[in-house]
Design a protein around this ligand. Structure first.
Ligand SMILES: *Cc1c(COP(=O)(O)O)cnc(C)c1O
Length: 363
């Protein structure tokens, strides 16, 4: 029997997530020194990891013979205290990516629909397809959510509505009162999954805790991968009703969050200096990009998150030219935005180098 015939039938048709191109790949492909390559493709923190996290993780290396705490006891209590929630409101994952998949595993079945923006994080689609459920992808005119269209896409079959705010990859931002109205308009049997991967970079963070408190089926997801600079450690968390959170415990692996991730995240939460600096560098870097795009007349979209979108005449060509020059950015072919490149905001020096190479590549 052929292996294709043995596989779970719907798995063979699943798309594969395309990650930002790793530095080592570009180094090999273009014969470059990896140390000189600038990666601005995966919204990673340009300042490196939180120094406090690095210190804590280094100290913990001698305990790697032990399994991690499967219940995430310490980090759970720390995050709960910070958010003013109960430990039972929280669930932890191997990145918030895992939590998105867990949500789909717990709540989506064949015939169910999930609703999300067409230019929104592709993991919502992958998690939905994994469960054999149906994706309802809603257009995002001018790279923005249209909440009326999103609401109109909700049917009797809808189980989950996903939203990222600020959105990845477009960077558009939706205001708190609009989200409250939207969520309150949803039928009771729909879960609203609110992905806050980039909320830390906002001046004013949207706060959906009141919606959870009033009994709405809302689950919010956060990550240590972006503002805390710990993408390589893999840890994120969700907050929701304790009932919803408890479902994840049935599906997740017993040790889904590794011990270094738990320790690193604990320390990062106390690293106020790094947090503030990351936010400031991002704010200033955005202004730097916007100014340069204005001066050169390039079309761009810049609002929230730690990245900007820029429109180029030939995205594939520009993407390749930039790689040859040692700068990795992110094309958006998978999001049906073939002319747009997403650039993660870096330090002033990194941004300047990226902009210089981008302008050269456009000539
Ligand atoms: C980066 C990102 C995440 C976080 O992923 P992790 O698995 O926690 O690294 C989640 N959602 C969106 C939209 C993101 O861009």
């Amino acid at each position: 029997m052929k292996i294709q015939d043995m596989a779970n039938p719907h798995i063979g048709g699943l798309p594969i997530y395309e990650t930002g191109k790793p530095i080592e790949y570009v180094a090999r492909e273009f014969g470059l020194d990896p140390d000189g390559i600038l990666k601005m493709a995966s919204n990673e923190n340009p300042l490196g990891p939180s120094p406090k996290a690095v210190e804590a993780v280094s100290k913990a290396l001698g305990h790697l013979n032990y399994y991690p705490d499967g219940g995430c006891y310490d980090i759970r209590r720390k995050v709960a205290a910070k958010l003013g929630l109960k430990p039972e409101n929280l669930a932890f994952g191997n990145g918030s990516n895992e939590l998105i998949t867990l949500l789909a595993q717990c709540f989506l079945d064949k015939g169910d629909e999930s609703v999300f923006g067409a230019q929104s994080f592709i993991v919502y689609k992958l998690a939905t397809l994994l469960m054999g459920a149906t994706c309802v992808s809603v257009p995002m005119p001018n790279l923005r959510y249209d909440l009326d269209m999103l609401r109109d896409a909700v049917t009797g079959k809808t189980k989950i509505v996903f939203m990222t705010n600020p959105n990845n990859p477009t960077g558009c931002v939706v205001k708190q009162d609009e989200i409250f109205n939207f969520v309150r308009s949803l039928p009771e049997n729909v879960i609203f999954c609110y992905d806050e991967a980039y909320s830390d970079f906002e001046e004013e963070m949207v706060d959906l805790r009141p919606l959870i408190a009033e009994g709405r089926n809302v689950i919010c997801m956060r990550t240590f991968s972006k503002i805390y600079g710990l993408a390589g450690l893999r840890i994120g968390y969700s907050y929701s009703s304790p009932e919803m959170a408890s479902y994840f415990d049935r599906v997740r692996e017993p040790f889904n969050v590794n011990s270094l991730a738990q320790i690193g995240a604990m320390a990062a939460l106390d690293d106020d200096e790094f947090y503030a600096k990351s936010k400031r560098v991002n704010f200033e870097g955005r202004k730097q990009f916007e100014k340069a795009f204005e001066e050169t007349g390039m079309e761009y979209f810049s609002e929230g998150g730690n990245f900007v979108m820029v429109k180029v005449s030939d995205a594939l060509d520009t993407f390749k030219k930039l790689q040859r020059a040692g700068v990795i950015v992110r094309p958006n072919f998978g999001y049906a935005l073939p002319e747009w490149l997403r650039i993660t905001i870096g330090t002033e020096e990194q941004n300047a180098r990226c902009l210089e190479e981008l302008l050269k590549a456009q000539k």
